[in-house]
Ligand binder design. Structure first.
Ligand SMILES: [Zn+2]
Length: 94
């Protein structure tokens, strides 16, 4: 059993533990962990949304070019077609 002189310590920063329960982290460390967790979660969602958008745009361009059939196009024409292609909507996402 601990006495006041042997107060429990935060397992992250070794400061005096000012919380109960698990994990054995102080309030400051729990708050920092929560901030980092939320930031990581936002980055994961952002990355996933970016990838979904890129894949959807690629698929949309493939469908648009496929609709042009056979033929020869210059790089300038292809570039123009890409720039004029409508942006896909969220319901087109894979
Ligand atoms: Zn701590």
């Amino acid at each position: 059993m601990g006495s006041p002189a042997e107060a429990a310590k935060c397992t992250k920063c070794s400061e005096e533990l000012d919380t109960t329960g698990y994990p054995l982290w102080c309030r400051k460390c729990r708050a920092a962990h929560k901030r980092e967790y939320e930031q990581t979660r936002k980055e994961m969602y952002t990355n996933q949304a970016f990838l979904t958008g890129a894949r959807t745009m690629r698929q949309s361009l493939a469908v648009a070019f496929d609709g042009l059939g056979g033929g020869q196009f210059s790089g300038v024409e292809i570039s123009d077609l890409i720039l004029r292609a409508p942006l896909p909507t969220t319901d087109q996402a894979p």
